[in-house]
Design a protein around this ligand. Structure first.
Ligand code: GDD
Ligand code: MN
Length: 398
């Protein structure tokens, strides 16, 4: 279909690079309990990669089964070097594993693929050859190009979810994902020079999305592929992975301070819902409306706190104890209310603004102050530089 055979690869590479030795490739493969797949995978990789394409394979493993041992044994029959990095703490999940493997890669090209043979190993040389021929930084194996398909995506439900996720991501990141028809694909080749590992904050399955948005690779090419059925075992994806994906999207979208502030504002607005519900419940229960207002406001504050903790400041939570954070956040939120009235009085009385513009200005001012205050007083590292360890936090919350 593409006019690229593995045999043609050497010539293509030789021409482009101007040297006889073709670019080398590191195949990074994340594994989570794939002992029934890795032997077959290494066989097919051995059959697929021509001798003239120097290749190494790096497995990054978070398994609780004997996958690492099976890999080591099967690797003895491989013509190329095979490494297994076993992680004790599986931070970042699949994406975290891939980044770990990329850091260990020692070649110009990195190919990322799954271990369950849903990604055909025969395509590995094509991905690299296409990248060289089209001088691309990134080559995506896509299910959505003519000639590609998602035969292995079992059930209409998963197809619909995958479509929805693709559509959502493309809508949120139109520029970063231009030219990528399948940003949810887990099968791609990327030039190592295009990967800035320090900029990455992988979270779960969508590592290609993470790379495309945070590393902004230059030229992008695509190759169609058929997403096969799993060779053995079952998908490791769960409903929790879906929530992780949403958190991932918010994290990517709020990378700039301005976007964070906008998200902070949107979250703040959603706080009206629990606030009003609590007010209604309290007043119905016979509480006088003034103390009810103050009490109900705390429900909105708590709601906002939980959302910003999970969505905006997840990676900055560990600097303070959670009770400390709740206290500081609530103090800022209530100070906002208390400060607004004298500020409005000042703007009207001293600066002779009309009431509506004065109120608008006061609302905006206290909002920005509250955002800056939350960043600086709740989530910035303490000045003495001490960070609470994770285990410390866990102990004190139990
Ligand atoms: N190290 C590590 N840690 N590997 C993991 C983890 C983890 O937490 N979770 C999954 N993996 C490995 C699996 O062992 C497998 O090799 C690969 O990542 C893909 O996992 P699957 O569980 O088979 O994913 P999938 O088939 O549901 O999803 C695949 O296709 C999607 C497209 O529909 C992945 O490639 C997704 O990234 C892709 O979006
Ligand atoms: Mn799979």
């Amino acid at each position: 279909g593409l006019g690229f055979s593995p045999e043609a690869l050497g010539d293509t590479l030789g021409e482009t690079a101007g040297v006889a030795e073709p670019a080398a490739v590191t195949v990074v493969i994340p594994t989570f309990n794939e002992s029934a797949n890795v032997r077959e995978l290494l066989h097919r990789l051995t059959d697929s990669v021509p001798a003239r394409l120097p290749c190494e394979v790096v497995f990054v493993d978070d398994s609780s089964d004997d996958t690492p041992a099976v890999i080591s044994e099967a690797a003895q029959d491989c013509p190329f070097p095979v490494t297994v990095i076993h992680r004790e703490s599986p931070e970042g999940g699949l994406g975290g594993a891939v980044v770990e493997g990329m850091k260990a890669a020692g070649s110009d090209w990195i190919v990322v693929m799954d271990a369950d043979l849903q990604h055909p190993p025969s395509l590995v040389p094509d991905l690299v050859a296409t990248g060289e021929k089209e001088s691309a930084d990134l080559v995506v194996a896509s299910r959505y190009l003519p000639g590609g398909s998602r035969a292995g995506l079992a059930g209409g439900y998963r197809v619909a979810v995958s479509r929805g996720a693709t559509w959502l991501a493309k809508g949120l990141f139109p520029r970063a994902l231009r030219g990528i028809s399948d940003p949810m694909s887990g099968f791609f080749a990327i030039r190592r020079s295009a990967v800035t590992a320090e900029a990455l904050k992988p979270l779960g399955y969508k590592i290609l999305l993470e790379l495309a948005v945070r590393c902004r690779p230059g030229e992008v090419a695509e190759v169609p592929f058929v997403f096969q059925d799993r060779f053995a075992g079952e998908s490791k994806s769960t409903a929790r992975e879906g929530l992780r994906f949403l958190r991932h999207l918010v994290g990517l979208r709020t990378a700039s301070p301005l976007a964070r502030m906008a998200a902070f504002g949107v979250i703040g607005l959603t706080g009206f819902v629990p606030n009003l519900l609590a007010l209604h419940a309290l007043v119905t229960a016979g509480v006088h409306y003034l103390p009810a207002e103050i009490l109900a406001n705390q429900f909105g504050v708590l709601w906002n706190f939980l959302l910003i903790e999970v969505l905006l400041f997840r990676d900055r939570r560990h600097h303070r104890h959670w009770a400390d954070r709740v206290g500081r956040f609530a103090l800022l939120a209530n100070a906002d209310l208390v400060l607004r009235i004298p500020l409005i009085a000042l703007l009207v009385g001293q600066f002779h603004l009309a009431v509506l513009p004065a109120t608008t200005l006061a609302l905006l001012t206290t909002f920005v102050l509250r955002f800056a205050g939350t960043e600086a007083l709740v989530y910035l590292p303490r000045r003495d530089g001490t960070a609470r360890s994770r285990t410390g936090t866990a102990r004190s919350t139990s």
